[in-house]
Design a protein around this ligand. Sequence first.
Ligand code: SF4
Ligand code: SF4
Length: 368
Amino acid sequence: MRYIEEFRDGKLAAKLEQDLVREAARLARAITLMEVCGTHTMSIYRHGLRSMFPENVKMVSGPGCPVCVTPVGYVDMAIELARTPGVIITTFGDMMRVPGTSSALQKERGAGKDVRVVYTALDALTVAANNKNNEVVFLGVGFETTAPSIASTIIMAKKLGITNFSVLCAHKVMPEPMEALTSGQLKLDGYMCPAHVSAIIGEEGYRPIAGKYGVPCVITGFEPLDILRGVIMLVRQVADGRAEVENEYNRVVLPEGNRKAQAILADVFVKSSAVWRGLGPIPDSGLAIAPKYEAYDAAKKFGIVEPPSRENPACVCGEILKGLKGPQDCPLFGKACVPENPIGACMVSSEGTCAAHYRYGAGALAHA
Ligand code: SF4
Ligand code: SF4
């Protein structure tokens, strides 16, 4: 525990705040930084860090929660499968409440469909092994962090000869949307790179963002002092006129990442175009199941394609995920849309910007 406490030390935080003020005073203009990870968003809100950032350093949230960026069409496909006789849907809990066009998995379960929450993909495989007369579909949603465990489960299913198991794959990778956002409407001056993702991919994936687009990148841990140090490193790079990949979280993230996990990913998945809520389709930003494992690809197995889908027009999740708007800009925030009754995906996951803002930000105060 002592280790964690050290990264929450108030005196050190005050010292870092002074360092940050000093670095920010060197900036020739106001800058905008983006944290692309949902856990960073949560941590920034929970520890009230935004109030410690100088006025000329603005921090916006990006597309770093896998639940938030999963498009409505995917949820609709999962619902269609849940309604298919003999199919058991297995999923992580967050996906249950994400609204589809006209239903949600939670509602389907209420209506008698077999939708089960599991904690790991391996649990889903166990459900398949125990229900040989059913088809068990696991909803594969997540970034480079969760994808290796799902890849291992697919490898294991093949090894064990379990044929009634498949994955509806919506895995995504992080550097590509970050690259896409650098040429978006928002003028970004730096990225706080996701910690868990970086533990898998290492520093390499961010090089084009820094090199080609001139946007500094700093891999940062989740503790308050990590975040403050990360912001200081980003501000320093901008003030120095540098754009490099730096690693604040080197106690966990190796420059080369986790080679073993990378090898598993390369075996089971191939890069594919993927649709991101708010950002649309981005080439090479998804992980599709490789032909060698296509028997475990639910979309192929059931011949299912994304149906035409529709989001609530008042929800501004898409703009929030691009860093263009905040939860306070949404007319539904804290009124029609609350964590118990989410209208958009950003209110579902605890890592979603709207949920974090509701719990720890202005929403929490207004509804305390
Ligand atoms: S998987 Fe981990 S690093 Fe990636 S966005 Fe989620 S919490 Fe952040
Ligand atoms: S408050 Fe709800 S409806 Fe509005 S953007 Fe956030 S998730 Fe979407």
